[in-house]
Design a protein around this ligand. Structure first.
Ligand SMILES: Nc1ncnc2c1ncn2[C@@H]1O[C@H](COP(=O)(O)OP(=O)(O)OP(=O)(O)O)[C@@H](O)[C@H]1O
Ligand SMILES: [Mg+2]
Length: 457
């Protein structure tokens, strides 16, 4: 089968091209290779390329000038920059010049594949919108994280986004549920139509019905005019029901009816309205459990849970923490117009160890707070908030108390036996040290020392 997706690899080193070529071909991508920029430009003009991987240094040329050429020539393919280990700063420059992402050598196969996958998604999005230059502010898949768990999420988004299937996104608070909902919309054919969100926890039960379905004039006191609901606003687009677990039983019945019959009426209205809406729901609750407790309708649950997407808590993907932390440091230094500091390896280690009960949102908040007070230079452990330092101290204390080494155990055990034997000998000899020493076959002096050591006086 002819590969549908083509990657252009630009590097003057044969080895790198060979390795990348092999990894990508194995995954079913078509691979074109260029040894210098003029070859690369020629290939880009002549063939269909979806993603470019470009080394930062190609002989005497460099990746940054290639990025500039891409921009001038209105080439819209995402470019992934390859950098040598330790030149991350230049990589960040490259991102500012429009690179899609960077890969630091040596990289893992899984890292490569997930960057490529994200780049392809982005490219498909821009192609779909038929705009050759990428307008500022258009969505990229703005999710950071290369862990296996995140890759499975990207794969799911890639598969499910183009369909009209209902998706139920679950995961703890701050794991990125809303980001996934947005991505499902942004990468769908509905992307130019509205993405309407409603937070079921924030709207009181009594208002929920009119919020969702709208109302007609005079429907209730205060209804001086008529108003469309979110279902109508989301027509041809996507409706995102956030925190669906908080929806009242009464509203659940009404929602289910609409999903089954595909029509509804505004509150106080008679006209039946039908809309074309793609539904996405999210919750941090265990809906199956709520169904068991009869606090959530089973039939509604099954209607929503057509494709489940579960976002793992951050502590289950610690590999993603360094990249997320750097991403937020970059984000807030730009926002606060500060020089971007680097994070010391020790501070990064503490961030990676921390269990992050508030997940990515908590990490984001911690970095934001830190950047507001941070003046310049490197971020060190003592710049980190109290909660992280305390956690580290606690962890350290536990390792101190933790099961001892074999040597310690033997020592401890020996002491106990010695103590017991000496006590017995002493009691047998009515505390006559000389006789007890003879019994134990050691010198009197030796016994006295031992007794002192073991606190037997
Ligand atoms: N993979 C990611 N990469 C970068 N930023 C992320 C990622 N996941 C989440 N975020 C950021 O973390 C914050 C929390 O994400 P989001 O609001 O999507 O979480 P949520 O699961 O909806 O949380 P809640 O249950 O509290 O509503 C947002 O600012 C979001 O941009
Ligand atoms: Mg949310």
């Amino acid at each position: 089968m002819k590969p549908e997706k083509h990657v252009l690899v630009i590097d003057d080193e044969d080895n790198i091209r060979k390795i990348l070529g092999a990894m990508l071909t194995q995954e079913g991508y078509g691979v074109d290779e260029a040894r210098n920029l003029s070859e690369a430009k020629a290939i880009l003009k002549a063939s269909e390329i979806q993603v470019v991987i470009c080394d930062l240094r190609i002989g005497r040329e460099d990746g940054l000038s290639f990025l500039r050429w891409m921009k001038e020539d209105r080439q819209s393919q995402p470019v992934i920059i390859l950098t040598a280990h330790g030149t991350v700063d230049t990589a960040v420059d490259a991102m500012k010049q429009g690179a899609f992402d960077y890969l630091a050598k040596p990289f893992e196969r899984s890292e490569l594949l997930s960057v490529i996958r994200k780049a392809l998604l982005t490219f498909q999005y821009h192609e779909g919108s038929r705009i050759k230059t990428i307008p500022a502010g258009t969505p990229q898949l703005s999710m950071i994280g290369q862990s296996g768990k995140m890759q499975r999420i990207y794969q799911l988004i890639e598969k499910v986004a183009p369909t009209d299937t209902t998706v139920l996104i679950t995961g703890d608070s701050g794991t990125g549920k809303e980001l996934v909902a947005q991505a499902l919309h942004d990468f769908s054919p509905r992307k130019d139509k509205p993405f309407i969100k409603i937070n079921c926890a924030a709207i009181p039960g009594t208002l929920m019905e009119s919020e969702l379905f709208g109302y007609e004039k005079g429907a209730f006191t205060g209804a001086n005019g008529s108003k469309p609901g979110r279902f109508e606003l989301a027509d041809k687009g996507t409706l995102f029901l956030d925190e669906i677990g908080e929806m009242s039983m009464e509203m659940q019945v009404k929602l289910l009816r609409v999903l089954q019959e595909k029509t509804f009426e505004r509150v106080g209205g008679l006209r039946s309205i039908s809309v074309d809406v793609r539904l996405i729901a999210a919750t941090n609750r265990d809906l199956e459990q709520l169904v068991k407790e009869e606090r959530f309708r089973g039939d509604l649950f099954y209607r929503l849970n057509v494709v489940p997407v579960h976002l793992p808590p951050l502590r289950e993907r610690p590999d993603d923490i360094p990249k997320l932390a750097r991403f937020f440091v970059n984000k807030f230094s730009e926002r606060l117009k500060k020089l971007e500091p680097s994070i010391s390896p020790e501070a990064l280690e503490l961030l990676t160890q921390f269990p992050w009960p508030g997940n990515i949102r908590q990490l984001e908040n911690v970095i934001e707070r830190l950047m507001v007070i941070h003046d310049d230079g490197i971020i060190q452990p003592d710049h980190l908030p109290e909660e992280i330092l305390e956690f580290e101290e606690e962890r350290f204390r536990k390792t101190q108390e933790a099961p001892n080494s074999l040597k310690d155990v033997v020592k401890d055990y020996t002491r106990k036996i010695e103590k017991k034997m000496i006590e017995e000998a002493l009691s047998d000899t009515s505390h006559n040290v000389t006789q007890a020493a003879r019994k134990l076959n050691i010198s009197r002096k030796g016994l006295q020392l031992k007794m002192k050591e073991l606190g037997l006086r």
